[in-house]
Design a protein around this ligand. Structure first.
Ligand SMILES: Cc1cc2nc3c(=O)[nH]c(=O)nc-3n(C[C@H](O)[C@H](O)[C@H](O)COP(=O)(O)OP(=O)(O)OC[C@H]3O[C@@H](n4cnc5c(N)ncnc54)[C@H](O)[C@@H]3O)c2cc1C
Length: 417
């Protein structure tokens, strides 16, 4: 694989850009692999990349029913932060944040990580107590987070409405300066390119329709729309479709799937310098490098596998944005879309071995897994390669729903993010 560099750009500019290679190859599936990953989102592609890079396991295929990055990875609002409440969450989300920092260099692919700061607004006494609790807990875990007065919040984000006459006045905010955004599809493309260069087969338009098991119960391979493919180990990373895939191996998952929507405005000059979130008014916003306001809504109230949500959710979200930023009341919205998110009872992910030998699962990221992509992929690769969890993902087991050792991040996930 040719390295991307200033020199390469200059050389290709001189010869009409005819020398660029395909970023990844799309081979026919082989008869069998050491590891099959189901789902070519950021988490699945990343796991394949780290399996090859850090564990020397290259006889790997990533099977994708649609197109690479076409799931939630390419549909999310790209907010990255690690200011969750519990120690276990600090472990995994901050592991990811540290990897985000050097990811473009590691992949030799610009994922446009932009640590522009994530601000979370407090509008009542309950919010203040909860958000300050997060600040203290984060600091105990070495995760940066600070408390701002309304005036400091406005200084950090000038268009924010901090009028005392607002229906839900801003009474303070937290700020995680290391948080921010990244370009979502570049993350999928960068991991795909890195994995493919190390020998991983990325096979698109290949839907897994069954999981085959041997007499001892261990996995032996998958039935797909392109025939049977053998596998010694299988990692399921199928986001909103995870329960469907896992049921193929007779494993019942504690997951609910909901549509989650987002929308973008027409592009405007830079005006929102950071990410602003409000759990109470229930919306969040940032601005893309193209100039569009990127706005996230909440989940639908009903389960569904439809990648489109209810209109009233978008209306509610736009109302909330206008409440926080009255200057946007005359903005035009360009487009909206939806993804299917997989939600666990405690709003924390499952990254674990399963009762079926050779079958591993990485799911339950719900409305907020993009931020975790590098960290999750990294420890999931470890779990598959060594057949035991990494200390960081050990608490995110399936057993916790039986033992009751939940990691209840429902408050941190009150608004989709
Ligand atoms: C609107 C929206 C906004 C969001 N905003 C944020 C945010 O700001 N910050 C944040 O951190 N997170 C956010 N998220 C959540 C985040 O997008 C996800 O948690 C994350 O992208 C999940 O990545 P993944 O790789 O696990 O899943 P995906 O990218 O969904 O990949 C799973 C893949 O599995 C494939 N698949 C499913 N079934 C099969 C099968 N049977 N055979 C083969 N392939 C199959 C799918 O086609 C899909 O491509 C948002 C999500 C949405 C929908």
């Amino acid at each position: 694989m040719k390295k991307y560099s200033l020199f390469a750009i200059a050389r290709e500019a001189m010869r009409g850009h005819r020398g660029w290679e395909k970023q990844w190859v799309s081979p026919e599936p082989k008869a069998g692999y050491d590891v099959i990953i189901i789902g070519a989102g950021g988490h699945g592609l990343g796991a394949a990349y780290y399996l090859a890079k850090e564990h020397g396991i290259t006889n790997v295929a990533v099977l994708e029913k649609g197109w690479l990055g076409g799931g939630n990875t390419g549909r999310n609002t790209t907010i990255i932060r690690s200011n969750y409440l519990y120690d276990e969450s600090a472990g995994i989300y901050d592991h990811a944040l540290k990897l985000w920092d050097g990811l473009s260099q590691d992949l030799n692919y610009n994922v446009m990580f932009s640590p522009r700061g994530v601000m979370m607004l407090a509008h009542n006494v309950g919010d203040i107590q909860s958000l300050k609790r997060h600040v203290h807990a984060n600091r105990l875990n070495g995760v940066d987070n600070e408390w701002l007065t309304p005036e400091q919040a406005k200084e950090f984000c000038p268009p924010l409405n901090i009028s005392r006459n607002a229906r839900y006045p801003v009474m303070g905010a937290t700020l995680q300066r290391r948080g921010g955004t990244a370009r979502h599809d570049a993350v999928a493309w960068g991991y795909a390119r890195g994995a493919s260069a190390r020998g991983v087969d990325i096979i698109q338009n290949c839907e897994v329709t069954g999981i085959r098991r041997g007499p001892d119960g261990a996995v032996t391979g998958v039935e797909t729309s392109r025939g049977f493919i053998g596998a010694k180990k299988i990692g399921v990373v199928a986001a909103g479709n995870t329960s469907v895939v896992m049921s193929m191996a007779d494993v019942r998952m504690p997951l609910e799937s909901y549509p989650l929507q987002a929308l973008v405005s027409e592009p405007i000059k830079p005006v929102v310098p950071c990410v602003v979130m409000s759990n109470t008014v229930h919306a969040y916003i940032s601005q893309s490098d193209k100039g569009e306001l990127v706005i996230g809504a909440g989940t639908d109230q009903y389960y569904s596998y439809s990648q489109a949500g209810a209109l009233h959710n978008l209306e509610h979200t736009v109302d909330a944005i206008c409440e926080m930023f009255p200057i946007f009341t005359r903005m035009k919205m360009l487009r909206s879309w939806g993804g299917v998110v997989d939600v666990t009872p405690d709003r924390s992910p499952i990254l674990a071995k399963t009762p079926v030998p050779g079958l591993y699962v990485n799911c339950g990221w719900g409305t907020g897994g993009f931020k975790a992509t590098p960290g999750s992929a990294h420890v999931f690769a470890h779990t598959i390669a060594r057949d035991e969890p990494h200390p960081i993902n050990a608490p995110f087991s399936l057993e916790r729903f039986r033992t009751g050792r939940l990691i209840d991040e429902a408050a941190a996930a009150a608004v989709a993010h």
